[in-house]
Structures are given as structure tokens and as C-alpha cells.
Design a protein. Structure first.
Length: 294
């Protein structure tokens, strides 16, 4: 009977866990809808702004903006976008692994010299790099509490100011690009200095003649900082939608696994119960037979 009690306790525990995973899946599904709407609405604007800047980059000199100035990457800053909470499958692990691979492949010398810093947007990445002794700058975990352009821009402005002051010679960005609820694509791209578009010889490029008012320099000075802020905001929105998609998928799989485990436990419980009943019947029959013989 002790075995039966143990199985019953396990069944109750798995049932409770399954209810929690179902609830978390539904919450993530509701949040995913809002997060998806936000990134889908921003993407056309962010893409058009980036393309327009790339179109103008051919005639822009590096001296036109401090954010275009190429320098030897002696000091590097890596912006890693993760989440504040876990239970999202390999979402956070993959982002951190991609950032680590980027540092190991491109900036191993800077890492050995202690010239690699990290800005983590999300508690999971911040805790990971703090435990491993990286120079983690700032605390940006509250960005997700009220996710909007103004709050993300505060982080971007700090990064931009550090680049202008020479604290960093290059800024890299790592985040999850949202494709759909079941697919997130890891992206690592250079944020600063703003990379210039490389022409594709096989592509047919249509030249657009822009009329710039008041002047090209004035437009560029406003356009480039705004583009940098928009690109980081887009990355955070992408990551936010990816997080909810990954968590919804993970909780759906966890609910399914709990169901399979319940089936196995109930089968085990029924087998143990049947064996216990059979044993009791055997004892009763044996006792009755012994009394009859006596």
C-alpha cells in the first residue's frame, strides 16, 4: 500500500504541474498577440528608415556624424537582449551562447585584455555575465516592466554616448529575431559604428533622388541617432515577441509531456492496485482453506 500512496502523490503532483503549464501557455499566448502586433507595426518603419540611410550612405563622409567613424576595435561593447524570466525553453541560453561565440570568434584578444563589456537587457543575461566576472554596465531589467520607445532609448543613448566618448570602439547587438511562435532566429549585428551598406553586384538597385531640407548634413545628424534608437528598440520588441513565443511553445510541450507521464503513472497505479487486490484475495482464500482443513 505504501507504493500505491507514493504513486497517488506523484499523480497529484503531475496534475498540479500540468495545470500550471496550461495556465502559463494561455498567458504567453495572450502576451504574444500584443507583442507580435507591436513588432509587426514597427518593422516597416524601421526597415524603411534603415534602407533610406543606406541609400544616402554613399555620399556621406565619416566626419558627417560621430556614429559613422570607424576605429580599431580595442574596446568592445556587446548588447545582449534576453528575458527577465525563464521557463522559455532554450530562448535565453541560445542568446547567451550566440553572444559568447561572437566574443570568442571576433574579440578573443580584447576579452583576454579585459576590454569586452556587456550591456544586458534582461535579468537572465545580466546574472549570467555577472557570475562570470564580465564588466556588466548598468541594470536594464526594468525595461520590460513598461516596454516603450522612451525607456529603450535611455539605454541606447547611454550606449551612444559611450561610443562618442571613446569608451567603446565597437558595439555589437545580439538578440532573437521573431519569425513565428515556433521559430526564433538568433541575430548578431554591428550597432556602432553604423555599418554602411555593401552593394550587391547581382542585385538591381534603383537609385532614389531625395530632396533634402534643410540640408544633407542636418538631416543626417538627426537621422542617424534616430535610426540607432529605432534599431535597438526593434531588437528588444523582436526579443520580447520571441520570448512569449518560445515560452508558449515550451509550456505546450511541457503540458503534453505531463499528460504522457500521467498516463504512465495511472497505468502503474492500476497495476499496483490490481496486484494488491490479488494478494489480498489469495491470502483470504488460503486462510479459508486452512480453516476448512482444520
Amino acid at each position: 500500500m505504501a507504493n500505491l500512496k507514493e504513486v497517488r502523490n506523484r499523480i497529484a503532483s503531475v496534475n498540479s504541474t500540468q495545470q500550471i503549464t496550461k495556465a502559463m501557455k494561455m498567458v504567453s499566448a495572450a502576451k504574444l498577440k500584443r507583442a507580435t502586433n507591436a513588432i509587426v507595426q514597427l518593422r516597416p518603419y524601421a526597415t524603411k528608415l534603415k534602407d533610406m540611410l543606406a541609400n544616402l550612405s554613399a555620399s556621406i563622409e565619416d566626419s558627417a556624424s560621430p556614429y559613422l567613424q570607424e576605429r580599431e576595435p580595442v574596446r568592445v561593447l556587446v548588447v545582449v537582449v534576453s528575458s527577465n524570466r525563464g521557463l522559455a525553453g532554450a530562448f535565453n541560453t541560445n542568446a547567451i551562447k550566440t553572444a559568447n561565440n561572437l566574443i570568442a570568434e571576433k574579440y578573443s584578444e580584447q576579452l583576454r585584455a579585459g576590454n569586452v563589456s556587456v550591456v544586458a537587457i534582461g535579468r537572465k543575461a545580466q546574472e549570467y555575465y555577472q557570475r562570470r566576472g564580465y564588466n556588466v554596465i548598468g541594470d536594464n531589467n526594468e525595461v520590460y516592466s513598461d516596454l516603450n520607445f522612451i525607456n529603450v532609448s535611455k539605454v541606447t543613448e547611454s550606449v551612444m554616448q559611450g561610443f562618442v566618448n571613446g569608451d567603446y570602439d565597437r558595439v555589437e547587438l545580439v538578440y532573437n529575431h521573431f519569425r513565428n511562435a515556433a521559430m526564433q532566429i538568433l541575430v548578431s549585428e554591428q550597432l556602432l559604428p553604423v555599418p554602411k551598406a555593401e552593394p550587391d553586384p547581382n542585385a538591381k538597385v534603383s537609385q532614389v533622388d531625395y530632396i533634402l531640407e534643410p540640408s544633407q548634413q542636418g538631416i543626417v545628424q538627426q537621422l542617424i541617432p534616430k535610426n540607432i534608437k529605432i534599431q535597438l528598440y526593434r531588437a528588444v520588441l523582436d526579443s520580447n515577441a520571441s520570448e512569449h513565443g518560445a515560452r508558449m511553445t515550451a509550456m505546450d510541450k511541457a503540458t503534453e509531456n505531463a499528460g504522457d507521464l500521467l498516463k504512465a503513472l495511472k497505468l502503474s497505479y492500476n497495476q499496483a492496485r490490481q496486484a494488491a487486490i490479488t494478494t489480498e484475495l489469495t491470502e483470504i482464500v488460503s486462510g479459508a482453506a486452512a480453516l476448512s482443513n482444520g
